[in-house]
Design a protein around this ligand. Structure first.
Ligand SMILES: [Zn+2]
Length: 404
């Protein structure tokens, strides 16, 4: 049993003691002013961690990353100044072997950096194509195994190099599921793969037959992207996959003539949105998604890779960016942004009990802030990070125990 004492809970006055057993929260006791045992072990052998009056938050969740591609902890490599997704994919195909990608060393370095800033769960899109085969899937799975109990890593089998236009990829996606991927990815069915119906049918058929979820990259903007999203909503209903389908990036959602209607269709069909607020790309509307009941989750997208130089894996900073890109200023808007990297992200990943509640997982973060809004606005240091009740980071430094 573990007791976290002297913790401030969001929206509550005073401090509380949170009790954790078998990785879950078993009690939340608003015990301000009650004498508490000092940090360490008490006479009953119960461990106590002092939150020092810091704000206790649920563990942060990254709903969209590409950890297989990262150069984190490796050499500094300039990213190309190119404009299109196709050019970036081609650049990556030309250079990934040169830098030894995918690299378990870089992936591990990034995973530790993510944990250090409070990420307790991540969904990562892993490249699968005839060139790299399942090397990315295997590398990420081995790192995931090494950090079991420190962070949960879910893999999307991602046809980054195309699906219909890249023969052999579909079979590899099936193999990737057998190797542990739990979600099927897709990529601009029209704009990149030039076969929207065939692309989406392949993805939906594979998900339906393997019992996996779907998470489709959609950079196609304007009316083309909006049309593809309409198709995805319709297919989600036809295949009975509501609640298991997400569209990532979804630049076309910003297309004003169709935005409200599309959001209504997504709410009705059970299609979620995942956004990383990257560069100056359009972002889904935070407030409208919440009002219309569309699940909007946050992710980092790629971090320090051949696509771009940025990123540190910090989901609180990402919540800040999501709020900022939505011109959010009020506390409730900052709280909506926080939801995108906690509760909403958890639900997109199929986790329904994430949060500060009895019975929920003891994935927890302590920060120096007085409210969720302040935490999003100021991005303070993570004093303490717990995964399933075990301390995995302290004062912004990784303190987890990797396996082997
Ligand atoms: Zn992505």
């Amino acid at each position: 049993m573990l007791r976290i004492t002297n913790a401030v809970l969001p929206g509550e006055a005073g401090t509380a003691t949170v009790t954790v057993e078998d990785g879950r929260i078993t009690a939340i006791d608003p015990s301000a002013g009650v004498a508490r045992p000092p940090a360490g072990e008490d006479a009953g052998g119960h461990e106590t961690v002092d939150a020092g009056g810091g704000l206790l938050l649920p563990g942060l969740i990254n709903a969209h990353a590409h950890i297989d591609k990262t150069l984190y902890g490796g050499p500094w490599v300039s990213a190309p100044q190119v404009e299109t997704v196709a050019e970036r994919v081609a650049h990556e195909r030309r250079h990934r072997d040169t830098y030894g990608l995918p690299s378990q060393d870089y992936i591990s370095a990034l995973v530790e950096a993510m944990v250090a800033v409070g990420t307790t769960r991540v969904r990562t899109h892993t490249d699968v194509d005839p060139g790299v085969g399942l090397r990315g899937i295997t590398a990420v799975a081995e790192v995931a195994q090494r950090y079991r109990g420190v962070i949960d890593i879910e893999q999307v089998a991602f046809p980054q190099g195309g699906l219909i236009t890249n023969p052999g990829t579909l079979d590899l996606l099936r193999d990737a599921v057998a190797a542990g991927a739990t979600v099927i990815g897709g990529l601009d069915p029209a704009g990149f793969d030039d076969a929207p119906n065939a692309h989406l049918e392949a993805v939906f058929d594979l998900a339906a037959t393997t019992g996996t979820g779907i998470d489709i990259h959609l950079h196609d903007g304007g009316s083309l992207g909006a049309w593809e999203m309409g198709l995805i909503a319709r297919m989600t209903q036809e295949y009975g996959l509501g609640g298991r389908v997400a569209v990532s990036h979804a630049f076309g959602i910003a297309h004003p003539p169709t935005q409200a209607r599309l959001l209504e269709r997504f709410a009705e069909a059970g299609v979620a949105l995942v956004n990383a607020a990257v560069y100056d790309a359009p972002v889904p509307p935070l407030r409208a998604c919440a009002d219309l009941g569309v699940l909007l989750a946050g992710g980092t997208d790629g971090i320090n890779d051949l696509w771009g130089p940025f990123g540190d894996g910090d989901m609180l900073r990402r919540a800040m960016l999501i709020a900022y890109r939505n011109s959010g200023r009020s506390d409730d808007e900052l709280e909506l942004a926080f939801d995108t990297v906690t509760t909403n992200a958890a639900r997109v990943l199929g986790i329904d009990d994430h949060g500060l509640a009895v019975g929920g997982p003891a994935d927890l973060v302590v920060v120096d802030a007085r409210s969720v809004a302040e935490a999003v606005a100021k991005v303070p240091e993570r004093r303490l990070v717990l995964k399933a009740g075990a301390v995995v980071a302290r004062d912004g430094a990784f303190a987890g125990r990797g396996h082997g």
